[in-house]
Design a protein around this ligand. Structure first.
Ligand code: BGC
Ligand code: NOJ
Length: 811
């Protein structure tokens, strides 16, 4: 069942009912200010950091679902309704929500009145703009009341929802004309406040939540709205809100627009006040002055559209599959931007208070983002490197606002170091900018320990070399990519964190996945060394890589697939010898992507085993058989009921590794089949089963052991976005940035005839036509650059002018 449709021309997903299986959300904001925006206008805003700088409140466990947002109430006679249906839930005559690139438009119609809410965050300003267009489509004059509503968060979101004994007394506001200022804690150490403004004169306001709703009422039946009269309340403690009241009259056919802006404002410490305890309004005046007219709002909205037009022109596919084009050209790249911005911090499944920026997560998110805005990827790489420890290990997470490592989680996730190499190598392949390697980056955020980025990569590489176990395979530490494989944890206490319990140094549990990762990115590190003239180091690295390959082939091979790990007692995990969890997906994908077993047949054998034991209708499961009981020696993985999350769920992030691995052995048909299975755009028709947004990937789909097989969870913030874009753009369609130029190396289904790709790369635009007259799956037989045949499949960056025509014939 579908709940909407794609409008590719507009680059929008059009939701046709407010009753989607789950809230289907969008992200507003590209730089510093962000909003989560659901199809019923739910969600919240924050500045830079969803935990520390939260402007508005949201409650995850609320009933009804998805309560709290920017709500506009219309009182038309006795009928009270919202254009986005929530929270009053009055049935609408028409409803539509269009989620676009950094903006959303919700339109509701009731009794001949149309109300359309456009919400976006302007490109370079720290605010959310809400422009409401009201249209009287009836033949009578309409006199209505319009009420706005947002609920302020007292900045630190975690404190906000726990420290009530203090917070119920700290809330403060100021109201001047149509502007409601939220200034809790401004009297002391904060030098920022929020302002919620309307561009018209208002007929009333409220800032005290209980007064607005009525004490035992809710947002679905607020007293003020149903009475049609604001109370002009000033909040003193409790829960400050912002609500404006406008009385409007519309002649038949008349249209009018009202603009509301929620902005974050900051003052220099010495200029905090204009009078004792009265906030300095200068920054508010300056930002609000940019969005007070409809023309200004249109201009800012067009600027945002132009920005996305330009970003999405970097990689553009024209193929015979509309679904594939839509995914590659629009939604997958869009999600890559969102994951780059959010890492794993704020979604409808991530509270914004827990995990901040992940070391491995952000390093991988770069892979799908770097072509869009390389300069921002560069900055991010340096931020990540700054949090690395001197021995090459890394803080697993850091806070986006402070950019310092998160002590609570600490380090000891032994795959982390290698991902920094992955991200940096991808950046250099995209840009050719080797100067990044000379940038000084702190260790552990300590200036005195700073060293060039290249030294950071070296320590990443050496960390693995110096942390091996009894089988000469890398020690796993607290966990590797699979956060839930906690082989040294042995936790028996409820509530104890699987990630931080038990020693991370000392024990002997080993990871074959990290071994594969080391082979893949160790080779990339050696390549970087070669390119900057460190030939000896490159040769030594390749020796280490070769040793690791041997160790995998010797002790990481189970006969038909790669073993997953060795536990703390040196017993295999993910082997036919195990009672449950006999085979895992991760080492099959990563070892083969590193090139292990391609020559000797292990790779094809392992991929056959994946298909035989792990594949399902909705994607490849993480492991099989699922764990049916808790294993002390395995940790969190066995804490999940069978079929969910890391315990035999379809963990979308690692499915593309199998697709990539299939391309390494030339299987274009199978690679594309794997690619399609978890692709939300190909699942649009089964929305009632899949349930999460059909325009973005989710982290996990319930596996076949789960009662809800096929159900998606944790949409948006997942490494799946970056990895599927890498897979489809580079490994399947074959446009691979290489240190020496652009390489064309497709591996496609045999029924593909041809396709065309426009790729902007290092200042030039490449128009590439790939033809497949003999219907092969892999291999390039001819390539011409501006009509001239060249040998091989690498386009020399020196060839051609600003626009280069490339023809590639497969065969
Ligand atoms: C999640 C991981 C997370 C871990 C620790 C797992 O269930 O899948 O993403 O890092 O829990 O919170
Ligand atoms: C999600 C985490 O963000 C990511 O870092 C991890 O690799 C996967 N879960 C698998 O556990």
């Amino acid at each position: 069942m579908k709940f909407g449709h794609f409008d590719d021309e507009a680059r929008e997903y059009v939701i046709e009912t407010p009753r989607t299986p789950l809230p289907w959300i969008n992200y507003l904001g590209c730089n510093d200010f962000f909003g989560l925006f659901s199809n019923t206008a739910g969600g919240y805003d924050f500045y830079k950091d969803a935990k520390l700088m939260r402007l508005t409140r949201y409650r995850y466990n609320n009933v009804p679902y998805d309560t709290g947002g920017r709500y506009y109430y219309i009182k038309d006679g006795d009928t009270v309704w919202n254009p986005g249906w929530q929270p009053v839930q009055t049935e609408l005559d028409f409803y539509e929500c269009r989620h676009g690139m950094g903006y959303s438009v919700i339109t509701g119609k009731k009794n001949g009145l149309s109300a359309s809410l456009l919400a976006f965050v302007p490109l370079n300003d720290t605010c959310e703009v809400n422009s409401i267009t009201l249209n009287n489509e009836s033949s009578d004059t309409k006199t209505i009341d319009l009420f706005s509503f947002i609920e302020f968060c007292l900045w630190n979101a975690e404190d906000d929802c726990t420290n009530f004994q203090r917070n119920f007394s700290t809330g403060e506001v100021e109201v001047i004309g149509s502007r409601i200022y939220h200034k809790t804690e401004y009297r002391e150490r904060r030098n920022h406040y929020a302002v919620y403004a309307c561009n018209r004169d208002i007929d009333g306001f409220d800032t005290d939540r209980a007064s607005f709703t009525g004490f035992y009422n809710g947002l679905h039946n607020p007293e003020v709205v149903f009475n049609g009269e604001s109370k002009n309340t000033e909040a003193h403690g409790w829960s400050p809100i912002g609500s404006h009241h406008l009385k409007l009259s519309l002649a038949p056919g008349e249209e009018t627009k009202v603009v509301f802006v929620l902005a974050y404002c900051e003052n220099p410490v010495e200029k905090k006040f204009e009078a004792p305890n009265v906030i300095n309004k200068e920054p508010a005046n300056s930002i609000l002055s940019k969005f007070m007219t409809d023309e200004q709002v249109d201009a800012a909205f067009n600027e945002l559209k132009d920005y996305w037009n330009s970003l999405l022109s970097v990689y553009n596919l024209e193929s015979s599959s509309a679904k594939l084009n839509r995914c590659v050209n629009i939604w997958n790249q869009y999600q890559c931007m969102v994951t780059f911005n959010m890492s794993r911090s704020a979604s409808y499944f991530e509270s914004g208070m827990g995990r901040g920026m992940g070391f491995r997560d952000s390093s991988q998110d770069l892979l799908g983002f770097v072509h869009l805005i390389p300069a921002r990827a560069r900055e991010r790489i340096l931020d990540i490197a700054n949090t690395q420890f001197p021995d090459g290990s890394a803080y697993h997470q850091y806070q986006p606002l402070t950019k310092t490592g998160n002590l609570g989680v600490g380090s000891g996730f032994n795959d982390d170091p290698m991902w920094l190499i992955a991200g940096t190598a991808a950046y250099i392949r995209e840009t050719g900018d080797f100067t990044i390697l000379d940038e000084m980056c702190d260790f552990d955020n300590k200036k005195e320990l700073a060293a060039p980025l290249m030294e950071h990569l070296r320590r990443s590489f050496n960390y693995i070399v110096t942390h091996k176990g009894p089988h000469d395979l890398p020690l796993i530490g607290r966990a590797d990519w699979n956060d839930c494989l906690n082989l040294n944890c042995f936790s028996e206490t409820p509530g104890e964190s699987f990630q931080t319990t038990g020693p991370s140094e000392g024990p002997v549990a080993e990871s074959v996945f990290i071994a594969g990762l080391f082979v893949k990115y160790g080779k990339e590190y050696a390549d970087l060394c070669k390119h900057i003239g460190l030939d000896d180091e490159a040769a030594k690295c390749l020796e280490e890589v070769a040793k690791m390959e041997k160790a995998i082939e010797k002790d990481g091979w189970d006969g038909e697939w790669f073993i997953r790990a060795y536990d703390a007692n040196s017993n295999p995990v993910g082997s036919h010898e195990c009672e449950e969890g006999k085979i895992f997906i991760e080492p099959q994908g990563m070892c083969i992507m590193g090139g292990v077993g391609i020559e000797n047949g292990m790779a094809t054998k392992a991929l056959e085993s994946v298909e035989k034991h792990l594949d399902s209708q909705y994607g490849i499961m993480l492991n099989q058989p699922a764990y049916t009981k808790y294993y002390l020696n395995l940790g969190e993985i066995s804490s999940y009921p069978p079929g969910y999350k890391e315990n035999a769920g379809i963990f979308c992030h690692n499915n593309p590794w199998i697709a990539c691995a299939e391309t390494e052995v030339g299987h274009g048909d199978r690679a594309f089949e794997v690619y399609k299975k978890t692709n939300p755009i190909f699942l649009e028709d089964i929305g009632e089963i899949h349930r999460t947004e059909p325009y973005v990937y989710c982290q996990m789909v319930a596996g076949k052991d789960a009662p809800t097989f096929g159900e998606g969870k944790n949409s948006w913030l997942t490494g799946t976005a970056a990895w599927t874009f890498t897979t489809v753009s580079q490994y399947i369609l074959g446009i691979k940035p290489d240190l020496d130029g652009l390489r064309v190396d497709p591996c496609v289904p045999s029924d593909v005839d041809s396709y065309r790709i426009t790729r902007k790369f290092r200042g030039k635009t490449y128009n590439i036509i790939v033809q497949n007259p003999n219907h092969v799956q892999k291999g390039v037989s001819e390539m011409t650059v501006d009509g001239t045949p060249v040998s091989g499949n690498l386009i020399d960056p020196e060839l051609g002018g600003d626009s280069v025509e490339v023809t590639v014939v497969m065969g």
